[in-house]
Design a protein around this ligand. Structure first.
Ligand SMILES: [Fe+2]
Ligand SMILES: [Fe+2]
Length: 166
């Protein structure tokens, strides 16, 4: 992905949150096989922020809530809840954790809470929430497929090398 860390406007919105121990701790969890939860959260946050800017939506709220949408600290493959599925539970847990880190607007709360829309029933209230839920799915697929893509690229590159040296 492009240089999110050298995007001054983006960093102005999320820089302080990124430095917190809670957000940094997301780097300790595997999210989609080959990405950490921190990498995934930044991917979702920055991609959604860029789209929000293009659509004249609230880029600050989108960047912040995008970063915090998966702020939970358990392995989703192992932890099971009696009160609901992971898809239902983790947005609620993320929202609770995010509210302890920073003051959230109604819009930011909706973005976090509804990001599993499709797997959960309640639809988003705002266009920013639709952006994040779509980008979340897109990033998840991309993160799962990335190593496969790299493997194919390497294979092509190896084949070219073999042909040259033959
Ligand atoms: Fe999630
Ligand atoms: Fe996510």
């Amino acid at each position: 992905m492009k240089n999110w860390h050298s995007d001054t406007e983006y960093m102005h919105y999320v820089g302080e949150l990124l430095e917190t121990n809670e957000v940094q701790a997301l780097g300790d969890f595997v999210q989609h096989y080959h990405s950490t939860r921190l990498e995934h959260s930044i991917n979702v946050s920055y991609t959604s922020y860029k789209i929000a800017k293009k659509l004249n939506a609230n880029a600050r709220a989108t960047a912040r809530a995008g970063l915090l949408h998966d702020l939970f600290f358990y392995d989703w493959r192992e932890t099971k809840f009696e009160s609901g599925s992971h898809a239902y539970m983790h947005p609620r847990i993320a929202l609770k954790n995010a509210e302890q880190l920073t003051e959230l607007s109604d819009l930011e709360r909706d973005i976090i809470l509804k990001h599993m829309w499709g797997a959960t029933i309640a639809p988003p209230k705002y266009k920013e929430s639709y952006i994040v839920t779509m980008v979340d799915k897109y990033c998840a697929i991309k993160e799962v497929l990335l190593p496969i893509k790299l493997r194919f690229q390497n294979r092509k590159w190896l084949r070219k090398k073999e042909l040259k040296s033959a």
